[in-house]
Ligand binder design. Structure first.
Ligand code: ZN
Length: 208
C-alpha cells in the first residue's frame, strides 16, 4: 500500500519547475473546491519557498493578490500586495492605498457596517475581463499570518476588496459569482469606454 500524498509532497512537486508558477484558469475544478485549512503542515523553509513562489507569480502576472488554489494548491493561504502607484482620481475614488506584501492564512471576513462599494474588478484566473462587484467597504479580517500569529483587524476600501476576493477563492468562489453579469467587459472595451472609476454610466448604458 502506498503512503498518502502529503501537503509537503504536493508543494515540493509544485515548486520543482520554479516560479513564476502557471496560473489555474476559470473552468478548472481546482478553483471551485473549498480549500483545506492550513495547520502548519509545511516545514518553515518549504513554507517560505511556497510564499516566495506565490509572490513572484503574483508580481509577474501582475496582480495584487493570489490565492493558493490559483496555483493548484487547495490550502487556505493567500498573498496580497498592492504597490498602488501614485494617487490618481481613480485610486482616490476607490480608496486604493498601498498594501505591503502580506500573507493571510485561514482567513475569513465579514462586512462591517452596511456601506458597500461597486467597482470593476478582475482576476488572474479570468484573464481579459472585468466586471462590477458590489462589496462591503469595510471588512473584519480574521485568521493568521504566516507565523501563525492571529489576525483580527478592520480593513477598508480597495484593500478590503482584495481581502474579500482572495478569501472567496479559498471557498471556491470567483468574483464572477458575485458580479453584475451585465457589467462584464473585456479589458479592451474597459479601456475604451469605462476608464472612469465610478460605475454610474456603465450601469446606465449596460443595464445592471
Ligand atoms: Zn482572483
Amino acid at each position: 500500500m502506498s503512503s498518502p500524498v502529503t501537503l509537503i509532497d504536493r508543494v515540493e512537486a509544485l515548486l520543482a519547475p520554479g516560479a513564476p508558477l502557471p496560473l489555474v484558469l476559470a473552468g478548472d475544478p481546482a478553483l471551485r473546491r473549498p480549500a483545506d485549512p492550513y495547520d502548519g503542515e509545511l516545514p518553515p523553509a518549504l513554507l517560505a519557498d511556497l510564499l516566495a513562489a506565490m509572490r513572484v507569480t503574483m508580481r509577474e502576472a501582475p496582480g495584487v493578490g493570489l490565492a493558493a488554489p490559483q496555483i493548484g494548491l487547495g490550502v487556505r493561504i493567500a498573498v496580497i500586495e498592492d504597490p498602488s502607484p501614485l494617487p490618481t482620481e481613480a485610486s482616490l475614488v476607490r480608496d486604493r492605498r498601498p498594501v505591503p506584501f502580506r500573507v493571510i492564512v485561514n482567513p475569513r471576513y465579514e462586512a462591517v457596517g452596511d456601506v458597500a462599494a461597486e467597482f470593476y474588478e478582475g482576476c488572474l484566473s479570468v484573464p481579459g475581463y472585468q466586471a462590477v462587484v458590489r462589496r462591503a467597504l469595510t471588512v473584519r479580517l480574521r485568521g493568521q499570518d504566516e507565523t501563525g500569529a492571529e489576525l483580527d483587524e478592520e480593513v477598508r476600501g480597495w484593500p478590503a476588496r482584495i481581502v474579500a476576493h482572495e478569501t472567496d477563492h479559498l471557498d471556491g468562489t470567483l468574483y464572477l459569482d458575485r458580479a453584475y453579469t451585465r457589467s462584464l467587459a473585456s479589458t479592451q472595451v474597459l479601456q475604451e469606454h469605462w476608464t472612469r472609476p465610478d460605475v454610474g454610466l456603465s450601469r446606465e448604458l449596460l443595464g445592471f
